[in-house]
Design a protein around this ligand. Structure first.
Ligand code: SF4
Ligand code: SF4
Length: 415
């Protein structure tokens, strides 16, 4: 049955010269612009329990992942690290580079930055306050400047539909590589306008980007834990540039996603690891569907980055406008229950259509937890408990491994 339209969101077309798109939002999908947030809780958690990069907090399973990747993935990831290294190094010092011109007093440079970003290929561009509360503890001193330019670069459509596959990993990491380079070019443009520009490399994140993108009106948080933006849903890679340029900030938007996900639930039902939860919970001051990391991670590492939760999302597959129009006309979720949307193939497991999920034994979910040093200590403690003490050899081995961890630090690239 047809639904009433509450409001229509107008967004720029996918390409810079495409006409604007009008996305209708049904009355029964209206919630709040952006995400439901308890501001005081976000502040409290950020101050008392700041978030940290998984490359630091979860370094034990990051290291383990390299021992699990199939050869093709291992080789490609090594290549990606090599390509990313100079991009990460270049981005790390961008905050210190002085502008190459004097700013024109009183001129709002928002349009100039947006146009250049679109010309470079970013499909979604938005401006907002840089909310430091979402910065990783280890990056808090690094981040400069109060305005955030949010940039989403679309990844290849066809490659993404082959998820989970090596092909899709080319789209995933290849897009990060391109975005890293384009971000540096955009920063040059901002400096030519007379302002500073700090590139937060997409290959070495400085914090949680999605809440900042949501505040810039570029989408809403999906039940799959990803940003659902109008044109390509979560089929994009995100990066931020912070700047002291005087820009006009965008506002958060209600696209109807908060409530749409409650009804859709395709990603929740299709996740092979059962890592996505049906109900939203308040987490660190935000109402969201919380992913269970320890269930997702082993499947992600074992099966070419998984990403089924991205692949089966109708917003990713068909775009937000057709999905929302279909919902208004029929009350149904476009593609739900079809092989076209929900089907996927997992290496050595076969094809799984709607309603079918692979089975994994308990061992498949046994991964190292925490940081490398925490995991080393856990194992040492277990040995002491089992043997009623530690031998000199055990203690020496523990000290040797700890020394190696301290000396090598952690990997820098994020996933
Ligand atoms: S990446 Fe795969 S395992 Fe992880 S949440 Fe998505 S569908 Fe589930
Ligand atoms: S698959 Fe459905 S429930 Fe999951 S993120 Fe996409 S729209 Fe939301």
């Amino acid at each position: 049955m047809a639904k009433n339209v509450h409001h229509v969101v107008s967004r720029p077309g996918l390409d810079a010269d495409d006409p604007a798109v009008e996305i209708p939002v049904a009355e029964d999908l209206v919630s709040v612009p952006g995400s439901p947030v308890r501001d005081r809780d976000v502040t409290f958690y950020s101050r008392e329990y700041p978030i940290e990069s998984q490359t630091i907090e979860k370094s034990a399973d990051r290291a383990w992942g390299w021992t699990i990747y199939i050869k093709d993935v291992f080789d490609y990831r090594k290549k990606h690290e090599k390509v990313s290294e100079p991009l990460i190094e270049a981005a790390a010092v961008t905050g210190e580079i002085e502008p190459t011109a004097s700013p024109e007093p009183g001129v709002d440079v928002t349009a100039s930055i947006r146009d250049r970003a679109r010309e470079l290929g970013f499909g979604e561009v938005g401006f907002t306050k840089y909310d430091r509360r979402y910065t990783y503890a280890s990056k808090k001193k690094w981040v400069k400047y109060g305005n955030a330019i949010c940039l989403a670069l679309e990844q290849d459509y066809s490659q993404t539909q082959s998820i989970p596959s090596l092909e899709a990993e080319f789209a995933h990491f290849g897009t990060y590589e391109v975005a890293g380079d384009l971000g540096l070019q955009l920063a040059d443009h901002i400096r030519s306008l007379g302002y500073h520009a700090q590139v937060h490399s997409p290959n070495d994140n400085s914090g949680a980007f999605i809440p900042i993108f949501v505040n810039a009106g570029l989408g809403q948080l999906g039940a799959n834990g990803q940003l659902l933006s109008p044109h390509f849903g979560s089929r994009a890679r995100l990066m931020i540039i912070t700047t002291d340029a005087p820009v006009t900030r965008d506002e958060a938007v209600d696209y109807g996603i908060n409530k749409f996900c409650d009804q859709c639930q395709v990603c929740v039902a299709r996740c092979p690891a059962r890592a996505l939860l049906k109900d939203k919970v308040w987490y660190r001051g935000v109402l969201k569907n919380k992913l269970i990391y320890d269930r997702c991670r082993p499947i992600m590492v074992t099966y070419e980055g998984c990403g089924i939760c991205m692949k089966v999302c109708p917003i990713q597959r068909y775009g937000m406008k057709p999905v929302m129009e279909h919902y208004i006309e029929t009350g149904d979720i476009l593609g739900k229950g079809t092989d076209n949307l929900e089907g996927y193939e997992i290496r050595e497991k076969g094809y799984f259509g709607p309603g079918e999920l692979p089975h994994f034994n308990r061992q498949a979910f046994e991964i190292p937890h925490g940081s490398k040093e925490e995991w080393l200590f856990e194992n040492f403690k277990k040995k002491v408990q089992e043997n009623g003490g530690a031998s000199t050899e055990d203690a020496e081995e523990f000290a040797k491994e700890l020394k190696t961890i301290v000396a090598t630090g952690v990997a820098r690239t994020d996933e």
